[in-house]
Each structure stands twice: as C-alpha cells, then as structure tokens.
Design a protein around this ligand. Structure first.
Ligand code: FAD
Length: 513
C-alpha cells in the first residue's frame, strides 16, 4: 500500500463539502489503494453562511464528474435552470440586458461576429445584439431545453447552470462524501497547533479536547478564515476601493410566478438586488454600500420590493471584497469565503471553489515524514487562484464603472473612480475596434465581456476591415437569417416551468424554507 495523505477540512459549508466530495471521489478515500484519508470538522453551533444559490455552467461539470444524477440533484436541491443573468437598470435606468451562457452569432470568414454586427449597425441595422443569442432569446421567452451535442446545430451555442438551495446542496454532497469514506466530526475548533520548526499546522484542538493531526489542512471556515487568516496570517488584499458594496440583506419569499430560467440583478440607488427563483420560493437580496446607505434603510427597501410573503426574517451579511495574498501557505489551503470574497453579481463564488479544488487535485503534494509541500507547487497554485480572482474582479468592476446613473453616491463614485489598468486596457481595446482578448485561463469568455460591454453602452467605434469584404446585401441577409433561425427554434422549445415539472419536480411542501 502506498502512503496516504491525511487531509483535514475545517468547515461544512458549500466549500467544505464540495472539497470533501471531490477529494474522496478522485483520490479514492474509501479504497485500500486510495491516496488520502479525509476528515471534515464542522460546528453546528457556528453554522454556515447559508446563501449562494446562483451558479455558473461549470457546476454541471463538477456534478457530472462526481457521477451525480442531474434530475435527482435538482429534485433534492429544489433547483431550476439558469441560462444567464438579466441586468436591469444597470448602465442606465430603464435599460435591461442579459449576460447569457452562450455565444452571440458566429464568426464569418475569420472575423468575429461583433465586427459584422458593428458594420451592420453603421449601415442602419437596428436589431440589438441580443437577437443573435440563442440563450438570451430562450431566457427572454422563458423557455428551456438541453443544448444539442451537434456542433452544427444552433442549439449547441449555449450552456446552462442552476439556481439551487445551497444548504440542500451541501447536505447532498455530505451524503455522497460520507458514503465514500469521509469522516465527519461535529465540533468547534478552538486552537490550531503549529510546528515550532516550520510554522505549519500540526494539529487542531477541538472544544471537546480532542486533537486532530493531519498533513494537509483545508480551511473552509468561511469569513472567519480560522487557519489561513487567524493562525497563519496570510495577508488580505482589500478591493473595496473598487467594489465598495460591503453588506447584503437576504430573505426568501413566496411567489406565484413561474420560475424564470435566469437570475435577475436589478440596480438600485446604492447597490443592487438579486432575484433567484427556485422551485418552491424566490431568493432575494439587496447588496449595498454601507457608507452610502444604512442597514435599516436597505432592509426596509428590500422588504418593500418583495413579490410575496417573506419566508422568515431578513438576514444581514457583512463582508468586504478582496482575496488572500496567499490562499495556500505552508500546509494550509483556503477555499471559499476563507480565501476571498467577490460580491455575487456574477455568481462566481461556487465556481471559485470548484477551480480551487481542481488546482489542488492537479498539484497535490506527496506524503512524507515530516510532511512539507513543495513550495513550487504552492506558488503555482497561488498563481492560478490569484489569476481567477483578479479576472472576476475586473469583470465586476466593469458593471459599476460603465454607468450613466444619476441617482446615488455609489454610482457617481464608481463611474469616476480609477479602475485597474488591466480593465482600462480591455475597455479601450473594445471601444476602438470591438476587440476582446480570449483568456487561456480563467473567466470570462469574450461573449460574456461582449454582453456586458454592449449592455452598459461601451460600444465599438469601428470594425475590422475583414468585415467589409462581405457585400452589404449579403451581410444584411445573413444577419436576418440568423435572427430568424434563433426565433423559430426558440418558439419550439418547452416552457421552463413545464420542463422542470416533467424532469425534476421537487416534492418539497409548498413554501418550505
Ligand atoms: C450575500 C451573499 C450572496 C451570495 N450569493 C452567491 C451566489 O449566488 N452564488 C455563489 O456562487 N456564491 C454566492 N455567495 C458565496 C457563497 O455563499 C459561498 O461561497 C459559499 O457558501 C461557500 O461558503 P463557505 O463554505 O466558504 O463558508 P460557510 O458557509 O460560512 O461555512 C463555514 C463553515 O466553517 C465552519 N466553522 C467556522 N469556524 C469553525 C470552527 N471554529 N470550528 C469548526 N467549524 C467552524 C462552520 O460551521 C461552517 O460549517 C454569496 C455570498 C454572500 C455573502
């Protein structure tokens, strides 16, 4: 038998159980030939953050990789489908655009679609860029179907994610992980013992007095950042000058409306409101900047906007945008809220947990006595995770910065502030000729940037010469053909609510919280 790595996870929120499930599955924790033993410690007394209901399409890959049955997962977590996010009143009041999980049109003769769209606009064509996105049209018509696997089909040009109850998802993964050898301990960690030589964590002391030793410690303790922050003092990089929202008030409510296949993000005076439809309720929250709006005023505003009876009392969450300078330090790796926080504007937190797990699995250190991870692995992990956070940060800042709203100090501040050079360059590239650099690592795709640029009136001033090669009549005909094809196919799709009823209806009692 080969030596096994003893991995201890602190925290049983979404991060802790996603990590436990993936490690147990991939490293075969329940088999004699497995590479690790996994133990997870969580405290019922402390509990979890209890929000986080909207996801990105990558979550499907995560679930598929574990072999979860999609319909069962959706029933158990009371999930709905998500084709993108509608941003209402962002950019300017009265405006609405959808950031879809899918493409806009397709490249022609080596030039990107936006180049043709831009030329057609200069020729007087008035159709919005949204008319060329299958995902946007399906979302706007409240339709859903699985994408086609045939790359020639227009129905292959989108992906989907889910809205789900995050606590039920953690419970589902817990069941999965425990069945695959993860040992769970309920108890509060009161001390982390460090090795006097290396400074690494040697063992955790629980309130019961029990000591839990390990090789590798994964800090999923949420905003407390028990190990990475409190014990190892990995510095926090503060991004609140760019992303000043630092509070959210959240409450679920009843709804009679059929669930929309998209998340809604509606800009308000000093922040924005989310609306996330599940099968049995709608999740609502108001994310705001406390320097511009009081907690009481935000709570009152949110309650006044609910479409149905509130399910329970509103919950207030305090946070700050930023990330750890080192998410992996010594023998401790932080994931989830312990590693960084970016407001849920683009539903990226669960994605960031997922990529952290993937990078850890790829860079998993070998066991040894005494155990000491290779610092080159640690540096590579931190490089990858930093890049992911930094890219999401720039994308979020764009939403705030490119605004023409006149109501509220938040909008004035974010419009006038200096933004990171990496974002400035991206905006300039797009403004000049509609160029969007395609990343090899990390979020977001050019189609995502395109959606937000156009949605928030950051428009290209010119187009590629290549797009001039297509004769004008052909250009207009091709574009209208694309629009017609999308509209006709969308009309044939099932309604989202009917699709859910047939595929994964939850048997949860009405209005169950
Ligand atoms: C307002 C808001 C809205 C959000 N919306 C979204 C969204 O729509 N989509 C998305 O992807 N993400 C969203 N997120 C982020 C998402 O909620 C988190 O990324 C996700 O829940 C992971 O949290 P976590 O597991 O890191 O921490 P938590 O859920 O806080 O879990 C921490 C765990 O650590 C344990 N713990 C802490 N201290 C100790 C101790 N001393 N001893 C033992 N155990 C301990 C706790 O018991 C708990 O089990 C949102 C976050 C906020 C704040």
């Amino acid at each position: 038998m080969q030596p096994r790595l003893n991995i201890v996870i602190v925290g049983g929120g979404t991060a802790g159980w996603m990590c436990a499930a993936a490690l147990a599955h991939d490293l075969k924790a329940d088999r004699p030939e497995g590479l690790c033993n996994v133990r997870l410690i969580e405290s019922d007394e402390i509990g979890t953050v209890g929000v986080g209901e909207a996801t990105l399409p990558h979550i499907k890959d995560f679930n598929d990789h574990l072999g979860l049955n999609e319909a069962e997962f959706m029933r158990r977590t009371r999930a709905t489908f998500k084709l993108g996010i509608e941003f209402a009143d962002w950019g300017r009041k009265g405006g609405s655009y959808i950031h879809p999980f899918g493409d806009f049109g397709h490249a022609i003769n080596g030039a990107e679609f936006v180049q043709y769209w831009s030329r057609a606009r200069d020729l007087g064509e008035t159709a919005s860029i949204e008319a060329y996105s299958y995902a946007v049209q399906a979302a706007r018509h409240h339709r859903f179907d699985f994408p086609s696997e045939d790359p020639a089909s227009i129905k292959s040009t989108y992906a989907y994610a889910y809205h789900f109850d995050a606590s039920l998802y953690a419970a589902f993964l817990r069941e999965f992980a425990e069945a695959r050898g993860v040992r769970r301990t309920q108890g509060r960690v009161v001390e982390a013992r460090q090795s006097p030589e290396s400074g690494d964590i040697a063992a955790l002391v629980l309130q019961s007095g029990e000591e839990v030793a390990g090789d590798l410690f994964i800090d999923c303790s949420g905003f407390r950042a028990l190990l990475i922050g409190q014990t190892l003092k990995s510095e926090w990089q503060d991004w609140t000058p760019w992303l000043p929202c630092d509070r959210a008030v959240a409450v679920a409510c009843d709804s009679d409306a059929p669930p929309t296949p998209y998340t809604q993000s509606i800009a308000l005076e000093e922040g924005w409101r989310w609306r996330i439809p599940l099968q049995h309720r709608v999740g609502n929250g108001y994310v705001f900047a406390s320097r511009f709006l009081s907690e009481e005023a935000a709570t009152e505003r949110l309650l006044g906007l609910l479409e149905g009876r509130a399910q329970g009392a509103p919950r207030l969450l305090r946070f700050g945008a930023g990330r750890r300078l080192q998410s992996w330090r010594g023998n401790c790796i932080a994931m989830g809220l312990a590693s960084g926080f970016l407001e849920p504007l683009e539903s990226t937190s669960i994605y960031l947990i997922q990529v952290a797990i993937t990078h850890l699995l790829q860079l998993l250190p070998k066991p040894g006595h005494p155990f000491r991870p290779d610092t080159r692995l640690t540096a590579e992990y931190n490089r990858r995770v930093d890049l992911e956070y930094d890219r999401v940060r720039d994308f979020l800042i764009l939403h705030y910065h490119a605004n023409a709203r006149e109501d509220g100090a938040l909008w004035r501040h974010t419009r006038e502030m200096d933004v990171p050079d990496s974002l400035l360059e991206k905006m300039e590239q797009f403004r000049s000729r509609g160029y969007i650099h395609r990343y090899r690592e990390g979020l977001f795709s050019p189609a995502s940037w395109l959606a937000v640029f156009m949605g928030q009136d950051v428009a290209p001033r010119g187009h590629d010469r290549l797009a001039d090669l297509l004769p004008e009549a052909q250009l207009i005909e091709r574009l209208s053909g694309m629009r017609r094809r999308i509209a006709a196919n969308v009309e044939d799709m099932p309604r989202h609510d009917a699709f859910i009823r047939g595929y994964c209806a939850s048997t949860a009692p009405e209005n169950a919280a």
